[in-house]
Design a protein. Structure first.
Length: 191
């Protein structure tokens, strides 16, 4: 049991790397200080819960999958799509299996199960979580565009093309029609 706790502590430290690792695709777009993988995963989990609730799926499960969908990047980093054309990273399930080896079996099963379900794309919750990943990228692109970065349209276009659920598509349309700070004005005006 002591070895499993040591392994679990190591996993927690490893997941902390996601707060330091940056989303590298944005560097290609010229973003000087892009958000971290953890930043992305947090908002993706929030979005996944919203999409899942609207689609009649389990919001907690969708959010849980979103929290773990990019955790493999502690070991393989965030390889931009351009790089993936030339590199063949290990399957996410394989990386996750290595990450959770040596932790309590119940933890390994929960994490591995979430990653496998996300990658299989068969459950409605997984579809919602995958849509959340793309929708979060779209929201981030709009925010970067508002901050003056001009090269983000390919991320908006590819994110839009990948959305599957009606809720995610409607939200994407609204995000594109709404400024990122309009909610502040509404709050201040008492709307």
């Amino acid at each position: 049991m002591a070895e499993e706790m040591t392994g679990l502590a190591g996993l927690l430290y490893e997941m902390g790397l996601l707060k330091r690792y940056r989303r590298t695709g944005w560097l290609v777009a010229g973003v000087r200080d892009p958000e971290s993988i953890a930043d992305h995963s947090f908002r993706a989990a929030v979005i996944a819960s919203v999409i899942a609730a609207m689609e009649g799926a389990n919001p907690e499960r969708a959010a849980f999958m979103s929290l773990f969908h990019d955790t493999q990047e502690t070991r393989i980093t965030d390889i931009p799509y351009l790089g993936k054309r030339y590199l063949k990273p290990a399957a996410n399930e394989e990386v996750t299996a290595d990450q959770v080896s040596g932790v309590p079996e119940v933890v390994a099963e929960v994490v591995s199960g979430a990653v496998a379900e996300y990658e299989e794309k068969t459950s409605l919750e997984a579809v919602c979580a995958r849509d959340a990943d793309k929708l979060e990228c779209l929201v981030q692109a709009v925010e970067y565009r508002e901050q003056g970065y001009q090269n983000v349209q390919p991320w908006i276009d590819s994110s839009l093309a990948a959305l599957r659920t009606p809720t995610a598509k409607r939200l994407a349309d609204e995000v594109l029609d709404t400024g990122s700070l309009e909610w502040v004005t509404q709050v201040l005006n008492g709307d």
